[in-house]
Design a protein. Structure first.
Length: 262
């Protein structure tokens, strides 16, 4: 650890080989491991553990009792070199846990920028989390999950491994998600069901009236016409050939492996 313009509490345990940039703060009784790199201006509160091959970007706020970069909860893991990569300006609240990856994919658990992980939220191994996402209290993500930008996940939601959650979607609290959630939609329930588009979220994020109108039409064709899925995809694209939102909506569903929440 190089001595820079940092604020390190005397009770914190920081490995000499850890790399901490200017302006990093580490609170009482926190532990920073050997292979950890922490970017400029990141603030780590008391009783935080950061270990493994973990890289944390700039301007993050990490609250007490969070655990980052610990081994994956996978019975086949044998202490291999795998990674956790966290971007910039994330808020990670109390008792959140984010694990490093297994060797089963690209060895990386990846977190984007400006996300808000509320207390007790959990991100398992090999997840790929985008940016500007809100995960409320006690959200539990299984391994190998991907979440698109600006998704909102309510409290106590459980998401099955390998599920994909589309961008700008919203999942209501207490839901159990076992299949992919398309972008732009609202979902809730155990097991989760779709309840139309996430209209409030789309308007807040500046989607135009035309874009929302096209998505409404595509949603009706795909989920309410009774057509075979591929036929409904083709019809949606044919009727709205210039809508990038509809194209993304259809492409997401065409590439599903676990099936689509209906």
């Amino acid at each position: 650890m190089q001595e820079k313009n940092m604020s390190i509490h005397p009770t914190a345990l920081i490995h000499p080989k850890a790399v901490l940039a200017d302006g990093v703060e580490v609170g009482p009784y926190s532990v920073i491991g050997e292979h950890v790199t922490i970017g400029k201006g990141t603030k780590i509160a008391s009783h935080v553990v950061v270990e493994g091959w973990t890289t944390i970007g700039e301007g993050n706020q990490i609250f007490p009792f969070s655990s980052l970069g610990t081994p994956p909860q996978d019975i086949g893991y044998r202490d291999e070199e795998t990674y956790l990569i966290i971007g910039n300006d994330n808020v990670i609240r109390e008792c959140a846990t984010i694990h490093r990856a297994t060797t089963k994919e690209d060895r990386e658990t990846v977190i984007g920028n400006r996300n808000f992980f509320m207390a007790y939220s959990h991100v398992a191994h090999d997840c790929k989390i985008g940016s500007n996402i809100i995960m409320a209290n006690s959200v539990a993500l299984g391994g190998h999950i991907s979440i698109g930008d600006y998704a909102v996940i309510g409290g106590i939601v459980c998401v099955h491994q390998f599920v994909r959650i589309g961008s700008f979607s919203m999942i209501g609290g207490g839901s159990a998600v076992s299949q992919d959630i398309p972008p732009y939609v609202s979902a809730a329930g155990n097991h989760a069901q779709l309840y139309g588009l996430n209209l409030i979220g789309l308007k807040r994020r500046g989607f135009t009236e035309d874009a929302i109108k096209n998505l409404k039409k595509a949603y009706k064709i795909i989920f309410r016409s009774g057509m075979i899925l591929e036929e409904s995809f083709q019809k949606s694209l044919a009727e709205m050939p210039h809508s990038k939102e509809v194209a993304h909506f259809v492409d997401f569903m065409r590439t599903t492996k676990r099936g689509i929440t209906r």
